[in-house]
Design a protein around this ligand. Structure first.
Ligand SMILES: Cc1cc2nc3c(=O)[nH]c(=O)nc-3n(C[C@H](O)[C@H](O)[C@H](O)COP(=O)(O)OP(=O)(O)OC[C@H]3O[C@@H](n4cnc5c(N)ncnc54)[C@H](O)[C@@H]3O)c2cc1C
Length: 544
């Protein structure tokens, strides 16, 4: 093992992940005077926006509500080009932020963290990398992402495929030439819905292998005009406040009316208005009972179903594209821009996997129970081992040598999604059991909270931070209780059910961005209630 402390000895903090969360955490900790460094497996910064560079990858969040708000300068200096930016623009933005904030020297790329070991006599973590490097830090913050561990189904023959195969979340930097090729897209979730309409016109044939259909609604993207740009810049405070006043952290005010308080005509007119509105307004600005009342949800689904059948010419294909196993919002609903219409093309075919399941990858393509199709390229749009996947790929050894994978064998257990009992000084930002929605608006509260907690520990001279079991149990129960009130699909990744054998436990906190931030403020104001701070480091380690 090579000991590489880059000349700084034990760091105050190592952050794993150079996505939007890790970059913010690094900035915040360094501003507070902590020594800190990011380690990331990628060859560039950006996290999601570094890895997911497939054709069509773009935001479902309004661009200017996704970027950083902690710096007015950053907000003022970056002009988003589209209301929903494509991946290259977001990757460029995050690179701009890293340089503008002077963080580049503190980011170590091409570094896969393979193991974390807690030293009980020193209260520090040893961080081991796949390259055999060893670093040490008092605190480790895993900003490893909720959707960062790509998942590919374990089909026989996968390694024998003679053509090209790519997961959307591991898309190569070099352009993939799809022109004139016979392409398979496996999956029909958000990434597939983005890629299909973009590549359909250039490929010879496109076969979409669909396990479950999803409720897709139009993104309604557009370029940002000069006038809109000026308005956005002038509304910094208003935009920030608006996002933080909603459940989801999006710009769209939460719906307040109930579905059946309106007449059928009023409902249809409202649904049409939503259909023509941008982004996630269709979900969060909808009737307020959409996510909790089955009849209300059915009503909206019937509207989308009509739209699907109006768009897709072949009634058999349309029938397959209408979800039958869940309502709108029970799984993350994709935003579409030409997805349904792509199925009207002669070169696009839909394969219904429940009818004819995939059996194997052959040397030349994919075989279902029905037939074998030849493909030059297979695109795995099969999603992620969400929430816990990235952490599960690291061997995390806490107090008494206990592994995190054993502690979480029945699913994640955390306090506020920030820490898990038995793993002192290890924190998560943007991890399991914290909020989701418009992600940066939720993770900025977590980053702030963690920075405040570490500052507090420094102020009181504490070397070890640990959540109480009682606080952890109460939070885990709270997450389950809030989730139990919602309509949620059996197959939603929110509860781990897209991964065979994964424990079924809700992996995000569905109470919302505002509720989490309010709770975190209360905890901080009460002296970080639920966390135990202690001074038990041995003198040899430098803290008395
Ligand atoms: C295609 C796609 C589109 C999305 N669109 C939106 C959207 O419109 N709006 C929205 O709010 N959210 C969206 N999301 C969710 C998105 O993940 C978050 O918005 C956000 O990017 C998460 O940032 P993060 O920094 O928390 O994690 P990530 O961006 O996932 O970054 C985590 C980083 O940790 C690194 N890492 C993990 N494990 C290790 C390890 N063992 N060693 C070293 N490095 C490691 C990874 O390499 C990665 O770079 C989208 C996700 C995807 C996949």
């Amino acid at each position: 093992m090579q000991d590489n402390d880059n000349g700084v000895g034990t760091l105050d903090a190592i952050i794993i992940g150079a996505g939007i969360t890790g970059i913010h955490q690094l900035y915040r900790l360094r501003e507070a005077g902590f020594s800190a460094r990011i380690l990331d497996a990628g060859s560039g910064v950006g996290g999601t926006w570094h890895w997911n560079r497939y054709p069509g990858a773009r935001f479902d969040s309004e661009s200017y509500t996704y970027g950083y708000f902690f710096s007015r300068d950053l907000f003022a200096e970056w002009d988003w080009k589209e209301h929903f930016a494509a991946q290259p623009e977001t990757e460029a933005y995050l690179n701009f932020a890293v340089d503008r904030l002077g963080l580049r020297p503190h980011v170590q790329l091409d570094t896969v963290v393979s193991e974390l070991r807690f030293g009980e006599t020193t209260d520090t973590w040893t961080v081991l990398t796949a390259d055999g490097e060893r670093q040490r830090a008092r605190f480790v913050i895993a900003a490893t992402g909720l959707l960062s561990a790509p998942y590919v189904p374990d089909l026989p023959g996968r390694d024998d495929f003679g053509g090209e195969a790519h997961h959307t979340g591991l898309w190569p930097r070099e352009p993939v030439d799809l022109a004139g090729k016979r392409v398979a897209v496996v999956g029909a979730g958000a990434s597939a819905v983005q890629i299909v309409p973009v590549i359909a016109p250039e490929v010879a044939s496109l076969t979409v292998y669909q396990r479950t259909a999803n409720w897709c609604t139009p993104l309604n993207n557009a370029p940002i005009t000069a006038e809109e740009q000026a308005g956005i810049k002038a509304r910094f405070d208003e935009l920030y406040r608006a996002c933080h006043s909603t459940v989801s952290g999006f710009l769209h005010p939460d719906g307040t009316r109930r579905t059946f308080d309106d007449t059928p005509e009023e409902r249809t007119a409202f649904y049409e208005e939503l259909w023509n509105s941008p982004g996630f307004r269709k979900m969060f600005g909808n009737y307020c009972d959409l996510g909790v009342d089955r009849a209300a949800n059915d009503e909206y689904c019937a509207f989308i179903e009509r739209k699907i059948r109006e768009t897709v010419h072949d009634p058999v294909v349309a029938e397959r594209l209408v979800p039958s196993d869940h309502g709108f919002g029970e799984k993350r609903p994709p935003m579409e821009a030409g997805y349904y219409a792509a199925f009207n093309r002669d070169n696009v075919e839909l394969v219904d996997l429940p009818e004819t399941p995939l059996v194997e990858v052959t040397r030349t393509g994919l075989r279902t129970t029905g037939t074998e199709r030849e493909h030059d390229v297979i695109i795995w749009a099969t999603g992620f081992d969400a929430g816990t996947g990235a952490l599960a790929r690291i061997r995390v050894q806490g107090e008494g040598g206990r592994l995190l994978s054993d502690a979480w064998v029945d699913g994640p257990e955390t306090y506020l999604g920030m820490q898990s009992a038995g793993f002192p000084n290890l924190f998560m930002a943007g991890g399991p059991q914290s909020t989701y929605g418009n992600v940066p608006r939720s993770t900025e509260s977590q980053v702030e909270f963690l920075a405040g907690l570490l500052e507090h520990a420094r102020d009181v001279g504490a070397a070890r931070i640990h959540p109480t079991r009682a606080a952890q149990e109460a939070w885990t129960r709270h997450v389950e209780e809030v989730a139990a009130k919602l309509l949620t699909a059996e197959t939603a990744w929110y509860q781990g059910s897209n991964i065979p054998g994964k424990a079924k436990r809700y992996i995000i906190y569905p109470g919302g961005v505002k509720a989490w931030a309010d709770r975190a403020r209360e905890v901080a104001a009460a002296g970080y209630a639920g966390f135990e701070l202690s001074r038990i480091t041995t003198p040899a380690a430098g803290v008395v």
